[in-house]
Write a protein that binds this ligand. Structure first.
Ligand code: ADP
Ligand code: MG
Length: 279
């Protein structure tokens, strides 16, 4: 497998006014879970994450399973409450907002692509793509919805319900929703995990396209090859960001992850993903 060439960093430049606040900023973010049935035992899923991501950037957070990636994304996106620390999105302290205001902020500004559970089960593919407009109370132009379904190859299946689509197709509906609504922030948690190689590459192309058209894209993944498609790669280990790469090949990303775990990559063709490298 060859690593696709890194595309020039696109429209982000047009947004990276040095005086502009970062699109995503976290300060000392922690999240502690109680372990049920274990008295006072606690899991420190996030142990203090501070970072700033500029508008229009495409960043991957990579790390082994259990390193805290999903918890981080949930806390940043306001789907979970951090134990301490703060989150600023688009210059607003979202971690200080109440539930209603947070839900409105998400509806106006955030698009999600998850491994599963991307869609409203009672809505057709087309209505799922159009949903952000409904939530914002500002309908998306019909042609944008149709064009997005067309882009991901689902125009012929637009009337199907999620359960009538394959996992990969459901994933593409979620991508179409982001392409149609162009939210300022896109959060993707393991967006390629349930996809074959070709579909996974396509999803990564579309994420790049979103960032090129101005969205700030944050993706978390255990897959070094997927992470290597981002402009910047942060390595997460035990609830902390342990390394920062200005992009890099899949092999370089794998090596960085293994280094933070105190392991090293065996010699040979460097195609390992973090998943394969896990004990
Ligand atoms: P990743 O996405 O990197 O695989 P997670 O963020 O899902 O990791 O989990 C980080 C750690 O927090 C793991 O040890 C996990 O078991 C723990 N964890 C996550 N969610 C919960 C929860 N709701 N209750 C208890 N522990 C949790
Ligand atoms: Mg996860």
């Amino acid at each position: 497998m060859t690593t696709p060439p890194t595309l020039p960093r696109p429209a982000s430049l047009q947004f990276s006014d040095p005086g502009a606040p970062p699109a995503i900023r976290t300060e000392g973010l922690t999240r502690t879970f109680r372990v049920p049935g274990r008295g006072h035992e606690e899991v420190h899923a996030l142990a203090g994450v501070s970072l700033a991501l500029e508008a229009g950037s495409f960043t991957a957070i990579v790390g082994a399973s259990g390193s805290g990636k999903s918890t981080f994304m949930q806390c940043v996106a306001g789907l979970d409450q951090p134990t301490s620390g703060s989150v600023h999105l688009l210059g607003q302290e979202t971690s200080a907002l109440g539930r209603g205001a947070l839900a409105r902020f998400r509806a106006d500004n955030v698009g999600f692509i998850f491994q599963d559970d991307n869609l409203v089960t009672s809505l057709s593919a087309r209505d799922n793509v159009a949903l952000p407009g409904v939530l914002r109370r500002h309908r998306l132009p019909r042609r944008d919805v149709e064009a997005a379904l067309e882009r991901v190859g689902l125009a012929p299946k637009a009337r199907r319900l999620p359960r009538e689509l394959s996992g990969g197709e459901r994933q593409r509906v979620a991508v179409a929703r982001v392409l149609a609504a162009r939210p300022p922030l896109v959060f993707a948690d393991e967006p390629t995990a349930s996809l074959d190689l070709v579909s996974g590459e396509q999803v990564l192309d579309w994420l790049r396209e979103s960032s090129a058209s101005g969205s700030t894209v944050l993706m978390v993944t255990h897959d070094a090859a997927a992470a290597s498609r981002a402009d910047e790669v942060l390595v997460m280990e035990a609830g902390r960001v342990s390394a920062h790469l200005p992009g890099g090949s899949a092999a370089e990303v794998s090596a960085a992850v293994l280094r933070t775990r105190g392991q090293s990559l065996p010699e040979g063709p460097a195609e390992e993903t973090v998943a394969e490298a896990r004990p």
